[in-house]
Design a protein around this ligand. Structure first.
Ligand code: PHB
Length: 402
């Protein structure tokens, strides 16, 4: 059985003064044993965007997580689950207070979140300081499993480097020489474009110009005009959620999809493809998932997700699903006793998950080791073309586990 409680948004005053949770966090000991006995429900804090440009992404992570809990009879590691939800609105400036509420006031056993890299890094800091178990089900900020890595922090998604590095070689091998990049000016955009450029230039390609606009703005017109003037061989982009829908539609409306092929990180067309319609046809992306992966885990997952939500599953739902699977493995190893932290973490670090995305295991920084697929939008689906790079392992630069 599981129950849900949704926290109201922080008051404006609490946000401005930073008052919420500030006192409680200071007294939270590292690797605290939750005050609640292990027979009580496990308290899971879901800190996700339920509004804003990433709202749909957050909801799908939430849906995927709950589906996996449901499949285990409403339990994780044999323990009932209760949820506390916080809408982080993809706002880094509110992230520390939101996380402190879950950790300090709500005393959750584990936090699952979030989508936005900037919000996630604030969560990582609180998780490191308080010892709270944190599972990141999307945000790719390289530092979370780099210099800021910690035993109690896991990621069931990707590092920003991981998803786009393989695309550099794919595009160079396709004979593409000159590329314009376009993205939002924040951590995820910079790191995804950076990893692509690293591998593209290493393989002989040239970046003609890097175009950016502030997150989460969607006034793309001037930048699209600039692309038309520069006439590169191709464009490489990272946008996601509502912003990705608008960018792909604007690009096609300007007619550029007919003359300058659009490539990107797979988030450009995952969870957005239905709203993009015809405008997305032919877009090639790299990601750790494709709709038509025909492994039994994916077939079963898509069927179950559809039955529960009446929606088509996507990468965000998969990442939420796998976050619950990972927690189930950890808690299963300690018979639900989240206080037996070291044993639980060891089991999670050694987990081998038969994920809908394919085989999933974790590197020493707790970042996934996984295949990165080249996909193409065909018939309204992200269809796999090939494995762009198998078992991609983020270099975890700067990670020293303590
Ligand atoms: C991120 O900010 O890390 C991020 C956001 C949305 C995505 C992927 C990465 O789809």
């Amino acid at each position: 059985m599981s129950t849900i409680r949704r926290l109201p948004p922080l008051s404006r005053r609490a946000l401005l003064t930073g008052a919420a949770g500030a006192a409680t966090i200071a007294v939270a000991p590292r690797f605290a044993t939750p005050a609640i006995a292990q027979t009580s429900p496990l308290k899971v804090g879901l800190m996700l965007p339920y509004t804003g440009t990433f709202a749909k992404l957050g909801q799908f992570i939430d849906d995927g997580f709950r589906l996996r809990v449901e499949q285990a009879g409403g339990k994780l590691g044999g323990r009932d689950v209760t949820f506390v939800q916080v809408d982080d609105e993809s706002k880094p400036e509110a992230a520390t207070d939101n996380m402190n509420r879950l950790v300090g006031r709500e005393k959750v056993d584990v936090v699952v979140g979030t989508v936005h890299s900037g919000v996630a890094m604030a969560m990582v800091k609180v998780a490191r300081d308080s010892g709270t178990l944190l599972i990141i089900p999307n945000a790719g900020a390289n530092d979370a499993t780099g210099p800021a890595c910690a035993p109690n922090i896991f990621r069931t998604s990707f590092s920003n480097w991981q998803t786009t590095f393989p695309m550099g070689k794919v595009m160079a091998d396709a004979g593409i020489k000159n590329v314009v990049t376009i993205t939002w000016k924040y951590t995820a955009g910079a790191e995804m474009v950076g990893a692509f450029a690293e591998n593209f230039t290493r393989n002989g390609g040239k970046i003609v110009e890097d175009l950016t606009l502030p997150f989460p703005q969607v006034e793309f017109q001037a930048l699209i005009t600039r692309i038309a003037q520069l006439k590169p061989d191709a464009v490489f982009s990272f946008f996601a959620g509502g912003g990705a829908v608008k960018f792909v539609k604007d690009y096609a409306a300007a007619g550029l999809n007919k003359t300058i092929p659009l490539y990107g990180a797979g988030f450009l067309t995952d969870g957005t493809i239905e709203a993009q319609g015809e405008a997305a046809n032919g877009i090639k992306t790299t990601l750790h998932y494709a709709d038509n992966l025909d492994n039994p885990a994916n077939v079963a997952f898509l069927k179950a997700f559809k039955a529960k939500t009446q929606k088509d599953g996507d990468i965000y739902a998969v990442q939420g699903f796998d976050a619950a699977a990972l927690l189930d493995i950890g808690l299963g190893a300690v018979k639900g006793d989240a206080g037996a932290r070291d044993t639980m973490i060891k089991a999670m670090a050694a987990a081998k998950i038969d994920s809908p995305r394919g085989p999933l295991s974790f590197n020493k920084a707790h970042n996934p080791i996984q295949n990165i697929y080249l996909r193409e939008v065909k018939n309204g689906r992200n269809e796999m073309v090939s494995i762009a790079q198998a078992a991609v392992d983020d270099p975890a630069r700067g990670c020293k586990m303590t």
